[in-house]
Design a protein around this ligand. Structure first.
Ligand SMILES: Nc1ncnc2c1ncn2[C@@H]1O[C@H](COP(=O)(O)OP(=O)(O)OP(=O)(O)O)[C@@H](O)[C@H]1O
Ligand SMILES: [Mg+2]
Length: 359
């Protein structure tokens, strides 16, 4: 079996490569990227792995945080390495209320108490006046104000992913290939409306209520009416994520390709990944089985490994019989640079009727 069916998907938009460490996600994403430029006008490969290796794979610096055109490929192939920490910083910036001098406004306590949205603790200041503890009042816990610990797990990744989708939406790439698939957290955010509504929705509501309150207070004291841009950011993020949820479940637009090696441990891990993807409705059609060793009767070590591999392959075929298994041999050299990647692409996309190297 091969990946040729992907080339027929004219509406293909998102391709994900996922799997255990070191199984060949980056080289597969890169080889697929090169091949797709023959069928699609503009293709982008995005690496979200903190330990980036996309640059090493292409032997070109792709670390600037912006798409870079990849040299030596005939079509329009771009690569980009992203930092997840940047997503976290952005998230903290917009989730912090950042309203200086809040407690200093006279009459603040009354305003708060009359507002059903507030109901939290108050503290007494040096003059014996009650001061509202904003975070507690909002029932958010202190960390939402900057520390991040009370945000739902995976929020930083999810946020970074949402921002990435927003960026993709605004640019004109036909296909975007994700090297290092988003983890379960991100998938959960994209797949569970409840999670989305309780997180982004709650922040939007909170900001709207606070925004109105502050506008009113600022107005009373002659302050300038400033537009709350973080609210807009959150709203557009929510829209992007909602749209992405639909697109990621659309098998004409999205395909997730798990990459694995022929070992039992990789098999169990892949099974868990497939279950998660199934739960979230993310389409899977192919599995890449990489690093298959060829039979070699002259080498006792190799033939022993080959025998074990033969057995494991039987189990893999039983477990994953509804998927197209795309087999890739272990090559004698490291796969790096355009020429090697093109060779890998030939293997991944070879004609269906070509003889199988591994039965
Ligand atoms: N079939 C193969 N033949 C020869 N070398 C291979 C093969 N598959 C992978 N490699 C080599 O194994 C290494 C790991 O591959 P790659 O970086 O694509 O894995 P990865 O899944 O992206 O790893 P990570 O989880 O660390 O990001 C690379 O040096 C690559 O050249
Ligand atoms: Mg990698």
């Amino acid at each position: 079996m091969t990946l040729r069916a992907i080339l027929e998907k004219t509406n293909l938009t998102y391709l994900f490569l996922g799997g255990k460490g070191g199984v060949g996600k980056t080289i597969s994403a890169s080889a697929i990227g090169i091949k797709l430029t023959k069928y699609f006008n503009r293709v982008l490969i995005v690496s979200t792995d903190p330990a980036h290796s996309l640059s090493d794979c292409f032997d070109q610096d792709l670390s600037g945080g912006e798409p870079v055109r990849i040299d030596g490929v005939e079509g329009n192939l771009y690569g980009m390495e992203l930092e997840a920490e940047k997503g976290m910083a952005d998230l903290q910036r917009i989730s912090s209320l950042n309203v200086p001098g809040m407690g200093a406004y006279p009459g603040m306590d009354n305003t708060m108490e009359s507002n059903p949205f507030f109901g939290g603790n108050t503290t007494t200041d040096e003059f014996g006046e009650e001061q509202m503890n904003m975070q507690d009042a909002l029932g958010l816990g202190s960390d939402l104000m900057g520390g991040g610990a009370s945000l739902p797990p995976g929020s930083d990744e999810a946020f970074a992913f949402g921002k990435l989708l927003e960026f993709i939406e605004d640019s004109d790439y036909d296909v975007v290939i994700f090297d290092t698939a988003p983890t379960g957290h991100t998938l959960r955010l994209l797949s569970l409306p409840d999670f989305l509504d309780s997180f982004v929705g709650r922040m939007i509501k909170m900001r709207m209520k606070l925004g109105n309150l502050f506008e009113a207070i600022k107005g009373m004291f002659g302050g300038r009416q400033e537009k709350d841009q973080s609210l807009e950011m959150l709203e557009s993020l929510k829209q992007v994520i909602t749209k992405a949820r639909i697109e990621l479940a659309d098998d004409a637009k999205t395909e997730f390709i798990p990459v694995m090696i022929p070992t039992m441990m990789a098999l169990y891990e892949t099974e868990r990944l497939l279950n998660t993807l199934r739960d979230y409705g993310i389409p899977v059609e192919h599995l890449i089985i990489n690093q298959l060793i060829p039979e070699n009767i002259d080498c006792p070590f190799c033939s022993k490994r080959y025998k074990i591999q033969e057995k494991t392959m039987l189990t893999i075929k039983q477990y994953f019989n509804q998927y197209d298994l795309v087999k890739v041999p272990m090559l004698p050299q490291e796969i790096r640079g355009i020429d090697q990647l093109k060779m890998l692409a030939e293997i991944l996309f070879k004609e269906e009727n070509e003889e199988e190297l591994f039965p």
